[in-house]
Ligand binder design. Structure first.
Ligand code: 26V
Length: 804
């Protein structure tokens, strides 16, 4: 095994369960101060985590040292979200220690699975964008791209979801209430972050004198790549007060006031904003964005100068990626640091900043595009407001864009335009999405400065296949040999085997094993018993109108109705599985959740239907639940209104795990279809262009409903209160919206969706045909490894070579 480091004390290749057991016991005793006889599951988890962490530290140092010594260019990935999930099992897998860890724990009388599942998810993200950042961190470590991820160490990640009478209830998430064994606190790496205040003149230059300050303190988590060959750092910032505790006030008895600055500072990293649907313009959110960005940029400049390089040389050593516009204040902040702190003039500073910055767009939805009122922006960041205006007027003077194009418009700062102008490359996240970014989002700017490229998303096959699907991963290794994990195109070698009934049967057995495990889990956790022979049809993602969970549940009702009408027919049994959270203020999404749970209650209790249809909605969908559901899925639901889903990444995980897609021509579905072939994909629905045309007809929903007896029946049943204990008012609004305000064209696509679902039934009934389709999905999923995506960014955006 080729290694990038040579000073290994802990050589993982020579580690035996007995060695590891000794390390675990040492940590149990000396790190945790516990006696093995009295250790809890938590204690054992900590002891194992520390023993594993020890094995990461040396490759981590070796990687860092090598980057310093060679002056290699580094990537800085700035993201308000990192949706990491659990780390223990992932670390053991990448170190090649998974089975050794399991044996070591068994020798100690502990169940590895139980220990792994005791770890809380690090849920520092909302959904796709945050999970992508986590996959990218793992892939950058795997391909040996020197990188830092920069984010916020939220005390509370995404809320926990419960259902009360079918309605979503949120409770705070509390991952740091237990010790987090993966991070290293770095009190010595702290930066002052300013807000508000005024602009003063110093030596004839305008500089900022902040009115408020907080401290950003670093917490580092090593991120280890496949086979432990390289490790990078995820650096999360925690907020602390800059002022000392006010002892004088405290002594005067003013206890609460004495703690005020502390409370104020800490709110900055207290909680993740749980709304990924609408931009709200809240001052605290802007402060969080600046807190992350300023801390990161100060850290980047400090490291650059410590390497002995000139400020003007920054682009040779530094590539900064903005994950959506959330850190787009990086443009003006970098300009401020270059000009106000390092004495550069505006023009050369612009050159340097633009050569460093890249911007990834993740959404076209107008309500999610960030725009800050100039009033808020100027109040919180007065110097940045000046700089933004200077950039805007420079841009106007130099390039003469149409009058309606610009950064500051109608008393708002548009972060998309700002990010575009400050970046040398702008990218979308799937082929279709990148085209739409060009055509619809930035057509004028792209004409003036062509810079939009595509980098289709990907997912890490270590977590999303090797780790979460042991039966299938084992079969793959048995069939094509080891090494596919970091060379996913090798899955193509499975293709010749789909002609072999023995291989297909083994493929089916692996899937069946996962389904059986999920059925047991759902019985225990949701109280629903399902047959593992039924088709597991899964839609898991944030609840959003454009993702059309509503279309899925309407089809479920139609199916239920059909089964009741024709109970003698030979139905293919189905389990409809839903998972996902709604933003707390998203009323319509919450109504959809309620309806799904209401339908589940009626359908699951219907003796006429029995095993032919079940609906299960496990609460609190998160990374760990995804790892349980996706390997057990037969069918992947990717049914967004065409033109709305930027890419999707869940779609790729299902494909890898051998679940064919039922889906629209949206986001990366387009590329999935292209890779897997039309015979192995259930395509339906209007295209992005047709969607736009159809909306021009104000009666599109009414026309579609009147043309579909089935949809009329479904809407009628809901309206009558069949799923709301006879109460017709509960879903009055929802039904009204389908008839009159169906912006996402649920009605227009309903019949096509139903027809595609009927094709799914037919295909599934032919067991060998289905297994062939499923296996081909896995075999052709190599393109969707995030290693491929990262190599694309390295070549097209960052100009970084792998260091391995
Ligand atoms: C948006 C907003 C709006 C402003 C307030 C806070 C906030 C927080 C998060 C977001 C994220 C919206 C963008 C997003 O998650 N996009 C998803 O990105 C995935 C990765 O590229 C992609 O696969 C999904 O299709 C896309 O919806």
């Amino acid at each position: 095994m080729g290694r990038a480091f040579d000073r290994l004390e802990h050589d993982v290749t020579e580690l035996t369960p007995t060695h590891l057991r000794a390390d675990i016991l040492r940590h149990l005793t000396f790190t945790l101060g516990k006696d093995a006889d009295h250790a809890s599951l938590y204690d054992w988890r900590m002891a194992l985590s520390f023993a594993i962490r020890d094995r990461i530290v040396e490759p981590w140092f070796a990687s860092t040292r090598k980057t310093w010594e060679t002056g290699h260019k580094r990537v800085y990935y700035l993201s308000m979200e990192f949706l990491i999930g659990r780390l223990l099992e992932d670390a053991t897998i990448n170190l090649g220690l998974r089975d050794i860890a399991e044996s070591a724990m068994a020798e100690l009388g502990q169940d590895f699975r139980a220990i792994v599942e005791d770890e809380p998810d690090a849920a520092l993200g909302n959904g796709g964008l945050g999970r992508l950042a986590a996959c990218f961190m793992e892939s950058m470590a795997t391909v040996g791209c020197p990188a830092y991820g920069y984010g916020i160490r939220y005390e509370h990640g995404l809320f926990r979801q419960r259902f009360e009478s079918g309605r979503q209830v949120e409770t705070p998430e509390d991952w740091l209430s237990q010790r987090h064994p993966w991070e290293f606190e770095r009190p010595e790496s702290a930066y002052t972050i300013g807000f508000k205040g005024e602009i003063i003149t110093r030596d004839g230059r305008e500089v900022w004198q902040p009115g408020e300050t907080v401290l950003a303190e670093a917490y580092d988590t090593p991120v280890i790549g496949w086979e432990g060959k390289w490790a990078n750092t995820l650096r999360l910032w925690g907020a602390k007060p800059t002022t000392q505790f006010d002892l004088e006030r405290f002594n005067r008895g003013d206890y609460a006031a004495a703690a005020e600055p502390e409370a104020l500072a800490r709110t900055l990293s207290r909680v993740l904003y749980p709304d990924d649907t609408t931009y709200q313009g809240k001052e605290l959110r802007l402060k969080q964005e600046f807190f992350l960005t300023s801390a990161a940029l100060q850290d980047i400049l400090r490291r650059h100068l410590a390497g002995g390089y000139a400020v003007a040389d920054l682009p040779r050593h530094v590539a900064i990626q903005m994950n959506d516009t959330h850190p787009a204040i990086a443009g003006p902040e970098l300009m401020r640091l270059l000009m106000d702190e390092h004495g550069m003039e505006f023009d050369p500073a612009m050159e340097v900043a633009r050569a460093c910055l890249g911007y990834t767009n993740h959404t076209l939805l107008p309500e999610a595009l960030e725009r800050w009122a100039t009033y808020t922006f100027g109040n919180v960041l007065p110097r940045h407001m000046q700089i933004v205006e200077r950039i805007d007027s420079w841009h106007r003077r130099t390039f003469h864009p149409p009058h309606y194009v610009g950064i500051v418009k109608h008393h708002e700062v548009r972060m998309g335009e700002l990010a575009f102008i400050m970046a040398h490359k702008v990218n979308g996240v799937s082929a279709l999405h990148s085209d739409l970014v060009k055509q619809n989002l930035f057509p004028e700017l792209e004409k003036l400065h062509p810079r939009i490229i595509n980098e289709t998303n990907g997912v890490t096959p270590r977590r999303w296949l090797k780790m979460c699907n042991r039966p299938l991963a084992g079969l793959i290794t048995d069939t094509i040999g080891a090494g596919w994990e970091a060379d996913l195109d090798r899955l193509k070698e499975l293709e010749p085997h789909v002609a072999d009934a023995g291989f297909l049967t083994a493929f089916g057995a692996a899937k069946r094993q996962n389904k059986q495990a999920l059925a047991g889990w759902m019985q225990a956790h949701c109280g629903v018993s399902v047959s593992a022979d039924a088709l597991f049809d899964v839609q898991v993602k944030r609840i959003h109108e454009y993702k059309r969970q509503l279309l899925n549940i309407l089809e479920t009702i139609a199916r239920w109705h059909d089964i009741r009408q024709n109970p003698e027919k030979d139905w293919v049994p189905r389990v409809k599985i839903f998972g996902g959270k709604a933003a707390p203020g998203y009323v319509v999404a919450k109504e959809i959740i309620h309806l799904i749970n209401d339908v589940a209650a009626v359908v699951n209790a219907d003796p006429l239907v029995g095993d032919r249809l079940k609906v299960v909605y496990p609460p609190n969908y998160n990374v760990s639940l995804a790892e349980r559901l996706i390997p057990a899925a037969d069918l992947s639901e990717q049914i967004s209104t065409a033109g709305k889903e930027a890419s999707g990444t869940g779609n790729m995980k299902f494909m890898m795990n051998g679940a064919p897609t039922i889906g629209t021509l949206d986001g990366a579905n387009v590329e999935i279809l292209q890779e897997v072939g039309a015979d192995n994909f259930f395509l339906f629905g209007l295209t992005a262009e047709e969607v736009v045309k159809r909306r021009a007809n104000p009666d599109h929903a009414r026309d579609a409903i009147l043309a579909s007896q089935s949809l009329q029946d479904v809407l009628q049943m809901i309206a009558e209160g069949r799923f709301s204990e006879g109460d017709p008012s509960r879903y009055h609004q929802l039904v009204h919206r389908v008839w009159h305000h169906d912006y996402f064209l649920v009605a227009a696509d309903f019949d096509a969706y139903r027809a595609a679902q009927a094709e799914v039934d037919t295909a599934y009934a032919d067991r060998m045909r289905w297994l062939r389709m499923a296996a081909l999905n896995t075999a052709r999923s190599g393109f969707f490894s995030s290693d491929r995506t990262i190599r694309g960014y390295m070549a097209d955006v960052w100009s970084v070579e792998p260091a391995l």
